[in-house]
Design a protein around this ligand. Structure first.
Ligand SMILES: Nc1nc2c(ncn2[C@@H]2O[C@H](COP(=O)(O)OP(=O)(O)O)[C@@H](O)[C@H]2O)c(=O)[nH]1
Ligand SMILES: [Mg+2]
Length: 701
């Protein structure tokens, strides 16, 4: 491959709902350009960018897949993204690495929730978007219906540039409204070749209808363009294309195209359109990177070959026999194979060996990459997704790609006890690949907790774990980390005395236990006067009480938010020692705690749901069945309503799938730990009963 400068590069994310035809389109575009030698298919597992076993087994994309199409002296980098919410993090990262998006919509399914989600995401990033209606050859394909849906559900600024000739089995050509020429495809040939000619009679009616629509859309968005169009009657001249490109950058126009990836119809036109209308990599707006010893100053980064090297890792994939492969966008500077780079996030140097460009599972080595390009590199020592590579002379950090927060938590256990250590290692490697998959150890429940964007996300992460690291593991419902606390004060004695042959043990203390406000933690106050307990033994009393409090009073959960005052005691000059006073502390706690009206505390999360107004009632109803305390609702411009609520963690286990099914995936939510509150009496009773039962069972074993 020849070297490409930024002006000859387009970086395009292919986004949309699951099964809308993204992966098939990327395959067809790479094939028709000649960059990929075979026309693969999702159905038989040969699509260019679905090559991981997790993808070929299931028939849908799980990871970002990168490919390119060399077309008209331009290198179009194509980033195929997964459409399902469970893998939304990958789609967001794909957009972050690109300068524009192809928003793919199936001609039979139309605009779906994933289309809306990704279109909005692209709008938030201010990216130009091209709509592509795929699967025009499928039975019940309906171009007009999809166009109307885009207008009503996504944007009125959509401009049809093409109309199909025939639909479904009869789809065999495409009319370009700008050039007023038709491309007719030879049936059976899947080469992408066409014959150009006049608009066929069978399409003249649709042509007129869409032509009028086009005038209407353009006049609503761009005066200059409209004028040019009306004067010249076609938009093909450089000035008109320039005007259209500018309007797209300002998000005032969204052109609409149609293809069949399966038959390879319309794919060449999409490539040419990307070259004409999408911004080249040098046109990227400057970005602000952090610099300085504290990372507190910022510098502007421009896409220039002679600027300092700045690259961001947007994806890491652990590959068997290779190790980690890091995919990066080079935002500034140019790099050569073998160069050294500096990871300012982790303060380490990295060697850039085997510099490559990705084409599906293949990686083609290149001697040099220029500012704006996308590449990959294997075996970096300590560089992960979201890290920035720069140089020692100009160390900078780019703002992190803001990925969605994990929503679903499960406990994970190695199927074989002996694999526990391998499990931990593997889980952390998966996290390095995919930051939306998180791992932590809950010291209170003694469980390893994994969190992700959905149940399927966690399941597929475990398949990866098995394949790449050879560890089988199972997911279970996580134990809830309840706690206990006091509602009243009480006082009493703990006295430890043991006479067993030689030297005995003696410790004696009087303590007061009292509740502290929520979040007050633990306080120990020494009120001993006159040396009734010698100084050196008082910390032992403290230790004993803390140890006993970890085991709780009601159901074995740690006791929190309380205060201890030691106010009296006695000792023995020979038999007293630290151990004896620790025992006295334990006994005092056991004596007094049950009289302090212990109660169960449950962990609560703050949940924020953003839902279209149609589903408000369903969401609120579902929340109240989960014992939620609604904090408030407020309208969110153009998106519905934001509902804020406090919900017990015990009630949130299946929340992600409920929200999805209640709203057909149109509502989104976030959750974050809020704190502990007293559990209602009936809930507490049930928890106490259950823990007593499992304890009896455990003892029986
Ligand atoms: N008939 C037909 N089927 C298609 C076309 N594009 C994709 N498909 C099929 O639609 C399904 C989903 O396609 P895929 O590319 O995986 O969609 P993605 O989830 O958006 O990547 C697969 O079974 C494809 O074979 C097309 O143009 N025509
Ligand atoms: Mg796909």
């Amino acid at each position: 491959m020849r070297e490409y400068k930024g002006s000859e590069i387009r970086n395009i994310a292919v986004v949309g709902h699951g099964a809308s035809g993204k992966t098939s389109l990327v395959d067809a575009l790479a094939f028709v350009s000649g960059s990929s030698k075979r026309h693969g298919s999702v159905r038989d597992g040969t699509a260019l960018t679905d090559y991981a076993p997790e993808e070929t087994d299931r028939g849908f994309s799980v990871n970002i897949g990168c490919a390119y199409a060399e077309w008209q002296d331009t290198k179009i980098n194509l980033i195929d993204t997964p459409g399902q919410l469970d893998f939304h993090g990958e789609a967001v990262a794909g957009l972050a690495a690109a300068d524009g998006a192809l928003c793919v919509i199936s001609a039979t399914a139309g605009v779906e929730t994933g289309t809306e989600l990704m279109f909005r995401e692209a709008m938030d990033r201010k990216d130009p978007v091209l709509f592509v209606v795929t699967m025009m050859d499928k039975e019940h394909a309906d171009f007009d219906k999809v166009y109307q849906q885009i207008k009503s559900r996504l944007t009125r600024k959509v401009v049809p540039v093409e109309v199909p000739v025939g639909e479904g089995a009869d789809f065999h050509g495409i009319v370009n409204l700008f050039t007023k020429r038709a491309h007719t495809y030879k049936r059976g040939a899947k080469s992408g070749e066409y014959q150009e000619g006049l608009i066929p009679a069978e399409a003249s009616e649709t042509f007129t209808q869409y032509y009028n629509e086009l005038i209407e859309s353009i006049s609503a968005t761009d005066d200059a363009l409209l004028e040019q169009y009306l004067e010249g009657g076609e938009i093909a001249g450089e000035a008109a294309i320039g005007a259209m490109k500018e309007a797209m950058k300002r998000m005032e126009l969204f052109p609409l195209f149609c293809v069949s990836s399966e038959l390879n119809y319309g794919t060449q036109a999409v490539l040419s359109t990307i070259v004409d209308l999408m911004p080249n990599a040098y046109e990227m707006e400057e970005i602000h990177a952090f610099t300085g010893a504290e990372g507190d100053a910022t510098v502007e980064i421009h896409a220039r070959d002679d600027g300092p090297v700045v690259a961001q890792i947007f994806k890491t994939a652990a590959e068997q026999h290779v190790g980690d492969v890091s995919f990066f966008r080079l935002f500034s500077g140019s790099i050569a194979n073998g160069d050294e780079a500096f990871n300012a996030t982790r303060q380490g140097t990295e060697k850039l060996n085997h510099l490559s460009v990705p084409l599906g599972r293949e990686r083609n080595e290149v001697p040099r990459l220029h500012a704006g390009d996308i590449g990959c590199i294997a075996k970096l020592r300590n560089t992960h997704t979201n890290d920035t590579l720069s140089t020692k002379d100009h160390p900078v950090r780019l703002p992190e790609i803001r990925l969605p927060n994990p929503l679903v938590q499960m406990a994970v256990h190695a199927s074989a006890r002996a694999d526990e250590e391998k499990l931990q290692l593997g889980l952390h490697r998966i996290h390095d690949e995919d930051p939306t998959f998180e791992v932590h150890y809950n010291a209170e429940t003694h469980e390893t907790i994994v969190s992700g964007l959905g149940e399927r996300h966690l399941e597929i992460s475990l398949s990866k774990l098995k394949r790449k690291f050879g560890v089988s593991a199972e997911l279970t419902r996580p134990k809830i980390a309840y706690r206990e606390t006091f509602k009243a004060k009480a006082e009493g004695q703990g006295r430890h005395k043991k006479q067993s042959g030689g030297r005995g043990q003696f410790g004696d203390c009087w303590v007061r236990l009292a509740p502290l406000p929520r979040g007050g933690g633990y306080e120990f106050v020494d009120e001993i006067v006159g040396g009734s307990i010698p100084r050196q033994y008082i910390p032992a009393v403290d230790k004993g009480i803390q140890e006993a409090s970890l085991r709780g009073v009601l159901a074995g959960f740690p006791l929190v938010d309380f205060k201890v005052e030691v106010y009296d005691g006695s000792y023995h000059t020979v038999d007293s020692n630290e151990m004896s006073f620790k025992m006295a502390g334990i006994l005092a706690f056991k004596q007094v705690a049950p009289r302090c009206k212990p109660v169960l505390l449950e962990p609560l999360d703050e949940v924020e749901v953003l839902t279209p107004d149609d589903y408000m009632g369903d969401i609120l109803g579902d929340l109240s069945s989960r014992r939620a305390h609604i904090l408030g609702t407020e309208p969110e411009e153009g998106r519905g309503t934001k509902i804020r609520a406090i919900v017990p963690q015990a009630e949130l286990f299946t929340y992600a799938s409920s929200v999805q099914s209640l709203t057909q995936g149109r509502a989104t939510f976030t959750r974050s730990f809020k704190g502990y509150e007293e559990a209602p009496h009936d809930v507490a009773l049930k928890v106490i009963e259950e823990t007593a039962k499992t304890r009896v069972e455990a003892e029986a074993h």
